[in-house]
Structures are given as structure tokens and as C-alpha cells.
Ligand binder design. Structure first.
Ligand code: BGC
Length: 257
């Protein structure tokens, strides 16, 4: 018996990094999973293989969450393949480093489109479909960042998007609860994933960062996935409007270099 037996989860950006770990974890706890990816088809295949090996089932959908038609296609895939959906994990995200005074409109639009516009309309479509089905509600989990709250010089577009995701979550916690939904954020700190490639290859920067992390190590994608699995489960029925930080204590001990 898995904690998520009978549940259907849609996970964006599930072909690599944190999204892949979340998909594998929810699958291993019994959920059937709609795997969204945009870049690497092999990554999505690997996610699916692991889920099927653990005895569950998965469907792969290539969808660009910045495009409205793809947003609808992704959410609708849960219905066409599995007949319904219970859990939406807004995980797909990107960051772009640039000084504030050099940031272009294109860079701003891209980061905001992936990190904020995507989750906004995906959540809207998810809610609409469940309301149409007169379903009891569902779970929405956003993968945000410690930077939904904490400054990150050189990443103002990222911080705008994650701060926006924080307020979207707080607003919907009030607006959607009467409809039976809960919504929460998981805020990772420094995690070993492709988004951190530059940092992982920069030894002095990495060592300085490790000094800021009270637990003395970077997080793993599995550390994040474990919290998402809890929030997706019935055990979290009364958790709504919260951000769960998964950062080894970084937020309590952060110094800019
Ligand atoms: C960012 C990383 C950063 C970490 C801690 C994450 O949200 O994606 O680039 O290292 O926060 O600052």
C-alpha cells in the first residue's frame, strides 16, 4: 500500500533534476504520473522507466508551459490517459544571471513566463477541469525557492518570479480552499541539479556557499521530493498556504559573498 495509491499527479519539468526526483518518488508511492518535459526526451523516458519499474504507470507529454495551447494539452492529458487528476506539481523553472541594469525585456519575459505565468495558467486549467468534473478538489504544490523570500543579487528576474509564486500560493490558499483545494510551496535552497551547474563547477564559490549551509552539504533532489510526497498525501490534508523550506538551514544563516 502506497500513500498515493489511486492518485494521479501532473508534474512539470519532470525529465531532470528536482522534477524527475518528485515524479519518481510520487510514482514509487503509488501515484500514476503525467511527466511533462520540454528539453530531454531521454530524461523523460528515464523518469517513466523508473515509475513503471516501481509498479505504477506514467504518460509522457512534451509541453512548453509558457504556451497556452500546451498548458491545456498537458492538463488534459491526465484526463485522456488516466480519467482524472488529483495533484499538480508546478516544478518547471529557470534562472538567468544578469545585473539588474543590464537585464533585457526578453530575459525578463522568459523567466517570468516559465516560473510564474506557467504555474498560473496550469493551476487555472487544473482547477477548471476539476470543477467541471464536480470533483472534491485537489492538491497544488509549487516548487519555489528560498528566493521567494530572500534577496539574490544578480537574479532579479528569478526573485520577481519566485516572490510572485509565493503570493499566488497565498492568494489561492484562500480563494480555492472552499472548493476543496490545498496549495503550498516547497522552497529548495542549494540543491544538486542542472540549474546549479555553474555553481557546482566553481569551487571557491561552492565552498563559500557550503559555509553558509548549517548542515554542511548541498541538498539532493530526493530531499525535496520527500517533502512534496508528504504534501501530496492525505497526511497533509490540513496544510494550506504554507511554504516548506528545504535548505539545510541556509535561510537562517545566509551571507552574500
Ligand atoms: C537557486 C540556486 C541557488 C540557491 C541558493 C536556488 O533557488 O536556483 O541557483 O544556489 O537557490 O541560493
Amino acid at each position: 500500500m502506497g500513500r498515493l495509491d489511486g492518485k494521479i499527479a501532473i508534474i512539470t519539468g519532470a525529465g531532470s533534476g528536482i522534477g524527475q526526483a518528485i515524479a519518481k518518488r510520487l510514482g514509487s508511492e503509488g501515484a500514476r504520473v503525467v511527466i511533462d518535459y520540454i528539453g530531454s526526451a531521454e530524461g523523460a523516458q528515464e523518469t517513466k522507466r523508473a515509475i513503471c519499474e516501481s509498479g505504477s504507470d506514467a504518460e509522457i507529454v512534451q509541453a512548453d508551459i509558457t504556451q497556452r495551447a500546451d498548458v491545456d494539452k498537458l492538463i488534459d492529458a491526465a484526463w485522456s490517459r488516466f480519467g482524472s487528476a488529483d495533484i499538480l506539481v508546478n516544478n518547471a523553472g529557470m534562472e538567468h544571471k544578469s545585473n539588474f541594469w543590464e537585464t533585457t525585456e526578453e530575459e525578463y519575459d522568459k523567466v517570468l513566463a516559465v516560473n510564474l505565468r506557467g504555474p498560473f495558467f496550469l493551476t487555472q486549467r487544473f482547477v477548471q477541469r476539476l470543477m467541471d468534473a464536480q470533483y472534491r478538489g485537489g492538491r497544488i504544490i509549487n516548487i519555489s525557492s528560498v528566493h521567494e523570500d530572500m534577496a539574490f543579487p544578480g537574479f532579479s528576474t528569478y526573485c520577481c518570479s519566485k516572490g510572485g509564486l509565493r503570493m499566488l500560493m497565498r492568494n489561492l490558499a484562500v480563494e480555492l480552499a472552499p472548493l476543496g483545494f490545498t496549495i503550498n510551496n516547497v522552497a529548495p535552497g542549494a540543491i544538486v541539479t542542472p540549474i546549479n551547474k555553474a555553481l557546482l563547477e566553481d569551487k571557491p564559490k561552492l565552498e563559500a556557499l557550503l559555509k553558509n549551509i548549517p548542515l554542511g552539504r548541498l541538498g539532493t533532489a530526493e530531499d525535496v521530493a520527500a517533502v512534496v510526497a508528504f504534501l501530496a498525501s492525505d497526511e497533509a490534508a490540513y496544510v494550506n498556504g504554507a511554504t516548506y523550506t528545504v535548505d539545510g538551514g541556509l535561510m537562517r544563516n545566509y551571507h552574500e559573498q
